[in-house]
Design a protein around this ligand. Sequence first.
Ligand SMILES: *Cc1c(COP(=O)(O)O)cnc(C)c1O
Length: 344
Amino acid sequence: MNSPLRYVRPNILALRPYSTARDEFEGGNISVWLDANESPYDNGVNRYPDPHQKLLKARISRLKGIAEDQIFVGGAGSDEAIDLVFRIFCEPGIDNAIAITPSYGVYQVAAATNNVELREVPLAEGYALPAEALLAAADAHTKLLWICSPNNPTGNAFDIARLEQLADAFGGMVIVDEAYVDFSPKGSMLSVLHRHPNLIVLQTFSKAWGMAGLRLGMAFAAPEIAALFGRVKYPYNVNGPTQAEVMRRIDMGAESAIREICAQRSMLAEALPQVPCVQQVFPSDANFFLVRVNDPDGVYAYLTEHGVIVRNRHRIFGCAGCLRLTIGTPEENRRLLQLLNDYQ
Ligand SMILES: *Cc1c(COP(=O)(O)O)cnc(C)c1O
């Protein structure tokens, strides 16, 4: 089997990571910590956190059924992992990446920040996966293929089997961004990760788990790729309170919130097409709907005037006339429907 390490930038392969004070001792019965120039006065946050997030990764490993050495966690959300992927694989000014469009805007920003060309391939009819066009967009300098599933802002998830075929056919790393996977009936690529050494799966605690304020994102990959994330990341990239709080909230579970949002999704899927100003409601595997309306700017301004903010996607490629509506509480969704029904 071909090692995915052949897609890595040579300088990253050769990198010797910064060794923190906490890396250089091997455990033991330490009671006096004089190695890291911290304050000795205990105020709850005076010590540096675990740079390897061992307890948190063990907890995530149990939650996801993926080995600890295949997990990266980032304290700036999955946006941190997106930037690291460009830095690990793409030689600035030389290598390029491919993404679907419309999709999540951060791939474009991270590519531009790293001086990497992003080749955007339009989704097919019905926002379907344009598998052949994606493969055709690649050349000898293509390192990455970005797929968001369920896709933001269209809301649809792609079939696992189709994504697997794409991963098998593509000569580079395939990154599947699963920020909304907890809402999707199509399931996660984590179940097939072991079959694809060139696959990276991104997930986050920001959406279904209700922890957007904590900023914890995850990447899952073959051990040799996950190790590279560990080398390139900032040493203490997840703060101590976040590590503890995420573990506490994983134990609390997210099932009831997910069930409630999926029930509201079914309700809205029935109700939104009845709204007079709504032309089309795209099927959603996520916690939002892309909806085509008459006069999107007018509807957007009207909702804002009435204290309801949605995302105007009218000027995004492939989304003319569309607003993106996040599914809220039952009460919030009723308010949204009432306002939309009253719009003239
Ligand atoms: C919201 C979102 C993310 C961002 O997740 P964070 O972990 O909060 O950074 C990543 N990808 C997609 C597609 C998203 O919609």
